[in-house]
Write a protein that binds this ligand. Structure first.
Ligand code: NAP
Length: 163
């Protein structure tokens, strides 16, 4: 299994505020959907609760929680990331989709990193991506887009593979 991390980060590593995303970037949402569709996605319970319409369609939804009574229709709940990964061993590629707590646990063991870098500061952010040591990561792809009517900030889609 390829273990991939996917995230959208601000200039200072910001990823969220008030339990939600930093901003609405429709191009990034499309990119996220295109990359993760048909693959399992693993998320922390708080990220699940932040999803506007519940489970993500066309993907196996895995939620990590210590709450053994938690039940979510259309999602599998596991008590740790390790437990979830064992269940997914035979899948082709699995995506870690956040939030900060789950990124922190997954980053040291991930094979691929899909990062949307948003070229803006978000001073009221309260959640951050863990520090990345880029000496472990080889950039394999980069596409940059200007701000436009739909996307308020310029951004780049980066892909990295573990060296
Ligand atoms: N910019 C992006 O790309 C992006 C992507 C995803 C999320 N986000 C943002 O990130 C924020 C949420 O991130 P977060 O760090 O607060 O929360 P999170 O990682 O989404 O979820 C944390 C929860 O996951 C469970 N958990 C974490 N580690 C665990 C472990 N080792 N074993 C069992 N359960 C564990 C716990 O659930 P229980 O409390 O139920 O036990 C914990 O409260 C939101 O603002 C969201 O919008 C941003």
């Amino acid at each position: 299994m390829i273990l991939s991390v996917i995230a959208a980060v601000g200039r200072n590593g910001e990823i969220g505020r008030n339990g939600g995303l930093l901003c609405h970037l429709p191009s990034d949402l499309k990119h996220f959907k295109a990359i993760t569709s048909c693959h399992p996605v693993i998320m922390g319970r708080k990220t699940f609760e932040s999803l506007p319409t519940g489970t993500l369609p066309n993907r196996r939804n895995i939620v990590i929680s210590r709450n053994i009574d938690l039940k979510i229709e259309g999602a599998e709940i596991y008590p740790s990331l390790d437990y979830a990964l064992i269940k997914l061993l035979t899948t082709e590629e699995t995506f870690i989709i956040g939030g900060a707590q789950i990124y922190e646990q997954a980053l040291p063991i991930a094979d691929k990193l899909y990062l949307t870098k948003i070229y803006a500061d978000f001073p009221d952010a309260d959640i951050f991506f863990p520090p990345i040591d880029f000496s472990f990561w080889q950039e394999t792809s980069r596409e940059t887009f200007p701000a436009d009517e739909a996307n308020r900030y310029p951004f780049s889609f980066f892909e990295y593979e573990r060296r």
